[in-house]
Design a protein around this ligand. Structure first.
Ligand SMILES: [Zn+2]
Length: 435
């Protein structure tokens, strides 16, 4: 049998359907999960290969060849490839500029690059850190991201102009510590999301390319038809992100608990700070599990109705519990069992108005100081009818501002007694977007 000498090429541009006996070193830059065709049961897997000159090529493996090739063509590994089926690629399916695609079939020869020979350079990515995403908001730019997936939501059906479609939302975070919703569309819902879902507890690193930046709930990310995703890619940037996530595990857990705990099943979800309308709060509480404790956010103005209420109470500086001792008295606190000092602590009974309804709430300590812009001592000094105009002024000012307000629901307490007031856990000034 005559030994066929293959000519080694360095550019895919020199390899056309009529080129014979070719061989070329290629690196696997991207590899999709096994997918099922939209209109046929055919299974396929798409790859992006890069030649030694940096030209990118689309390649596809079909059906049983996918499984038989699964031990080779690893991401960021180089291979000598020959005898692929070179075939023109319809421009509408072109992701890369090259006019041909390769079908890697049973006849294709894929050989590892010898150990003593260099591998090709992996592709370079231009990752945009989340604190720089704003510059791309609502533009047509398609960017690369690298982030830790911290939560994945159930599938959601939404209605578009051409009909309903299923999306999936993944919350991703990077070192800027601001979780952002990445909406996955189309085939990514079935394939990539299933994989991510299985390992979400391990906080996998997701690399996404050609991602759009939107303004849904502040900032958001969306997959595009030409996007590619890699889960836990073996690149130095991903390794250091993974290390960062491991070191900051507690911090990430608290961010998940603080921003992402609201169950999205009953109400339409609107991003990380899922702001609930006051008129939907009853419905929301009904949707909770018995005994549940949860937090939710509303966006409302703080209204003080009772101007004669006492805006502070004497408290133990150790545990904040109320006490009958006077200002600066030292005493043994029977709540926390510590020697303590009595200090005034702010407390305000308020109504939270978002235009759809009002909720009664109580707020304490620093939350009151932030909302009112004054300290407990100032409030003590303005107690009594002679200071009513000071209080009137103060509450008029307070009611001017809009806040994102985090409220606590404790169903256990709610069922025990007349639970008139929600507890305000934290507040954040709403930024004026008109600036
Ligand atoms: Zn105490």
């Amino acid at each position: 049998m005559a030994l066929k000498m293959r000519k080694v090429y360095t550019s895919i541009k020199d390899i056309t359907p009529s080129t014979k006996d070719w061989k070329i070193k290629m690196i696997v830059a991207e590899k999709s999960p096994k997918r099922t065709g939209q209109r046929s049961p055919v299974k396929y897997q798409s790859l992006t290969l890069i030649d030694p000159e940096g030209n990118r090529l689309q390649a596809t493996i079909f059906d049983k060849d996918i499984d038989s090739r699964q031990d080779t063509l690893h991401i960021f590994q180089s291979y000598y490839i020959s005898n692929a089926f070179v075939k023109p690629l319809d421009p509408k399916y072109r992701i890369e500029t090259h006019e041909y695609q390769w079908i890697l079939n049973a006849k294709t020869i894929i050989e590892e690059v010898p150990k003593d020979e260099g591998q090709l350079e992996p592709p370079k990515y231009q990752f945009i850190p989340f604190n720089e995403l704003d510059a791309y908001k609502n533009s047509t730019a398609e960017i690369d991201i690298l982030a830790v997936a911290i939560q994945i939501r159930p599938c959601r059906e939404i209605t578009l102009a051409h009909g309903p479609t299923i999306i999936k939302e993944i919350y991703v975070i990077d070192q800027s510590l601001n979780p952002i919703c990445l909406t996955m569309w189309g085939r990514f819902v079935q394939d990539e999301c299933k994989k991510i879902s299985k390992i979400i507890e391990t906080k996998p690193v997701i690399l996404g390319t050609k991602i759009r930046v939107g303004s849904y709930n502040g900032l958001s990310l969306s997959s595009r038809p030409k996007s590619k995703f890699m889960i836990n890619p073996v690149i130095p940037e991903a390794t250091s992100l993974q290390e960062w996530a491991a070191i900051n595990d507690l911090l990430l857990k608290s961010i998940i608990a603080k921003s992402l705990t609201y169950p999205s099943a009953s109400l339409s979800s609107v991003g990380i700070r899922e702001i609930i309308k006051n008129c939907d709060v009853i419905e929301f509480i009904k949707s909770l599990q018995p005994m549940a404790k949860t937090k939710f956010w509303i966006k409302a103005k703080i209204i003080v109705v009772d101007l004669r209420q006492i805006f502070f109470y004497m408290s133990c500086i150790g545990c904040n519990k109320g006490t009958g001792y006077d200002y600066n008295d030292t005493f043994l606190c029977y709540h926390c069992k510590h020697q303590s000092v009595a200090q005034p602590r702010c407390r305000a009974y308020v109504e939270l108005d978002d235009g759809t309804g009002r909720l009664s709430a109580v707020m304490f300590g620093e939350v009151v100081e932030e909302a009112f812009g004054c300290s407990a001592v100032e409030l003590i000094n303005h107690t009594g009818d002679e200071h009513l105009s000071y209080i009137e002024n103060l509450v008029a000012q307070v009611s001017q501002n809009e806040w994102k307000i985090e409220l606590l629901v404790d169903l256990d307490r709610l069922n025990q007694k007349q639970y008139k007031n929600f507890n305000v856990v934290s507040i954040e000034a709403v930024q004026d977007d008109t600036k």
